[in-house]
Design a protein around this ligand. Structure first.
Ligand SMILES: [Zn+2]
Length: 193
């Protein structure tokens, strides 16, 4: 089962490393608002669902802030660990909903296994059914994957798509999360203060 992966610290390490590289790349770019230099303005988050004992640095959300006085534009580099403001790690949400959609288990069992309330799982299902398919994030990257991936079966069929051409389950999941994070660049330019 996919959920076995959530016990692996190495998965969280991989996702952290990818985010770190993306943040470094973003930092080399000028401020999208005024062309000024970008500086790190990272902050800690408290997502849920990780295995015990993962390093504190994995909880850091990379963030950049323009150094020009009077601009202070904040740029959020893409992240494959965090999903907007959702409380759980993106990988946890992706796996729980995929297992549900692949009919490997039911909400009651998932809720017990991951100590996530059934209401929260129901909200995630609703998000993938009614919000995500028409979001700019999905619209931006949708054309890069097979047309056989149906909007009505997201995210499970996207996860299954990556699983179909990777021999390692962990690699497939990492690729899927990295792919999803690309779309998040679209709405990452927000002004601070
Ligand atoms: Zn600026």
């Amino acid at each position: 089962m996919l959920s076995e992966l959530l016990k692996k610290k190495s998965l969280f390490h991989r996702l952290y490393t990818i985010d770190k590289q993306s943040a470094k790349k973003c930092k080399e770019m000028p401020c999208p608002h005024c062309g000024g230099p970008l500086h790190f303005a990272n902050y800690p988050r408290k997502p849920r669902g990780e295995p015990d004992g993962i390093p504190e640095e994995y909880f850091i959300r990379f963030s950049l802030c323009c150094g020009h006085e009077g601009c202070r534009c904040r740029v959020m580099p893409p992240s494959c660990r965090f999903m907007d403001r959702k409380v759980y790690w993106h990988v946890v949400i992706l796996i729980i909903i995929s297992e549900y959609q692949n009919k490997e288990t039911n909400i009651f069992k998932l809720s017990k296994l991951f100590t996530v309330s059934r209401n929260t799982i129901a909200r995630w299902i609703d998000f993938y059914k009614n919000i995500f398919p028409s979001s700019p994030q999905w619209q931006m990257i949708r054309g890069q994957v097979a047309t056989s991936i149906k909007n009505s079966e997201l995210p499970a069929n996207l996860v299954n798509y990556f699983l179909s051409f990777k021999s390692c389950t962990k690699d497939a999941l990492v690729s899927c999360l990295r792919f999803l994070s690309l779309g998040s660049e679209f709405h990452q330019k927000i002004r601070a203060g």
